[in-house]
Design a protein around this ligand. Structure first.
Ligand code: NAD
Length: 444
């Protein structure tokens, strides 16, 4: 099949690479010509494990191309995927302006019948809107059908997910279009769930809202565990053994972030509001998560009368490990507050520094490694559970910090390995370990 993918972000690029790997001829289009130049030279503009290798392979085998020219891209294609962003409007609804622009791009450039596949996460009814807008704009002799095909990949393991996802959802009211898109996807070897358009659109929002709820549920349990002396990791393990509960998304921490859960939960709340339904459970989840992202800051008054001129280290800027994405990351809330309190802030992240530099204050000192962050710090925050951080020996903090105060927002260490160490260690949903003697002197 000849396929065009519009938008080469986390979803579009991985989709384009995945479709070319299973044998389709794919052209990826983006309005960002810098990105296109990079990708044409075999360089991935995003950090995503295994993506670049696969991209280079498919370019060299002649199945994958990049362009910023829509008319060139849409020439002779049978299928167009939409994978542009649908960010959040100020009122919480999904901003469909990029989708609207694609409708214009397509209507001005297609020369044959097409099937339009929407990967972008869009409110219920949007695929029907896209189809009707296109039908209004294109010549009557051209046929266009739409298929909703929401994406479920996880940043950080997107390449793995595209070949090993749990299901592929496709929704359309046109049987022929559905059959074509099923055939396109069959080589992935993943179960395909066929449904109507509106249900497909809703499956995406409902899935993200459910996962956000699960995370918030275990985080509220964690906050109670802290007060009653239980250990949330033990609780989650015990709960997860029940197959009705399931053991995923039960890791307590400082809440969810990223480009999807925050905006998609807000958008679903709005979708409900538009049909005069108050989704009170989801509202509580959103409100709670906003608080939980700041949870570690609540520990400060107990340990420090003031953070004025204190050296604070921050490990982790990305909203989760194995990605350079910092959208809605806890780091973007925590770091400005630390600066506001008068502290000196040093940060390190294995992949997200470049993105963070655009959003964080110039006062922040960006480091090339974790030792530089830990060195001479009075307090270290762990905000992202990169493997690199999980494997830092606790002795490193003891050796290099002014005073080993560690606030771990991702429970990277077990209480067992910490409990006899000369540290003040606070985490989420577990006992505090404070073995610091008063006026602890530098141990190095
Ligand atoms: P992104 O912002 O990373 O990328 C979007 C890309 O589209 C950008 O490179 C932009 O330049 C390009 N673009 C915008 N308008 C264009 C146009 N008219 N023509 C060509 N290119 C254009 O977005 P993303 O994170 O890949 O997300 C895309 C969609 O997929 C969103 O709706 C999102 O909610 C959904 N989604 C994202 C994820 C994820 O993990 N990121 C997972 C599942 C679903």
């Amino acid at each position: 099949m000849n396929i065009a993918v519009v938008g080469t972000g986390y979803v579009g690029l991985v989709t384009g690479v995945g479709l070319s790997e299973i044998g389709h001829h794919v052209v990826c289009i983006d309005t960002d010509s810098e990105k296109i130049k990079k990708m044409s030279n075999g360089q991935s503009p995003i950090f995503e494990p295994d993506l670049e290798n696969l991209m280079v392979k498919n370019i060299s085998e002649g199945r994958l191309k990049f362009t910023s020219n829509h008319s060139k891209a849409f020439k002779d294609v049978d299928i167009i995927y939409i994978a542009v962003g649908t960010p959040e409007n100020e009122d919480g609804t999904a901003d469909l302006s990029y989708v609207d622009q694609v409708i214009v791009n397509i209507s001005q450039n297609i020369e044959n019948d097409i099937i339009l596949v929407t990967k972008s996460t869009v409110p219920v009814g949007t695929n029907e809107y896209i189809r009707s807008e296109l039908r209004k704009k294109i010549p009557a002799f051209l046929k266009v059908e739409v298929v909703s095909n929401p994406e479920f990949l996880r940043e950080g393991s997107a390449v793995y997910d595209i070949f090993h996802g749990d299901r592929i959802v496709i929704g359309s009211d046109n049987k022929d279009a559905l059959n074509v898109i099923r055939e396109v996807n069959e080589p992935f070897g993943i179960p395909i769930f066929e449904t109507d358009i509106r249900s497909a659109e809703m499956i995406k929002y409902a899935s993200n809202a459910f996962l956000a709820t699960k995370i918030s549920f275990i985080n509220e349990i964690a906050n109670i565990c802290e007060k009653v002396g239980a250990d949330v990791d033990e609780v989650a393990n015990g709960m997860g053994m029940d197959s009705r509960v399931g053991n995923q998304f039960l890791k307590a921490g400082i809440g969810y972030g990223g480009s999807c859960f925050p905006k998609d939960t807000n958008a679903l709340k709005k979708i409900a509001e538009h049909v005069e339904y108050e989704f009170s459970l989801l509202s509580a989840v959103i409100e709670f998560n906003n608080k939980q992202q700041r949870r570690l800051l609540e520990f400060i008054p107990n340990d420090f009368p003031s953070l004025e001129n204190k050296n604070i280290g921050v490990l982790g800027l990305a909203f989760k490990p194995n990605t350079d994405d910092i959208r809605e990351s806890a780091s973007l809330l925590v770091i400005p507050e630390l600066l506001e309190m008068g502290s000196n802030v040093k940060v390190y992240d294995p992949a997200a520094i470049k993105n963070a530099k655009n959003l964080l204050s110039k006062e922040v000192q960006f480091c090339d490694n974790y030792i530089d962050v830990i060195k001479d710090s009075d307090l270290v925050f762990i905000l992202t559970d990169w493997d690199e951080f999980k494997s830092i020996p606790i002795e490193t903090y003891i050796k290099y910090m002014n005073v080993p105060n560690i606030y771990d927002g991702r429970n990277c260490y077990s209480i067992n390995e910490i409990k006899d160490q000369p540290v003040n260690y606070k985490s989420i949903g577990r006992v505090t370990v404070n073995n610091l003697i008063e006026n602890h002197v530098k141990t190095k």
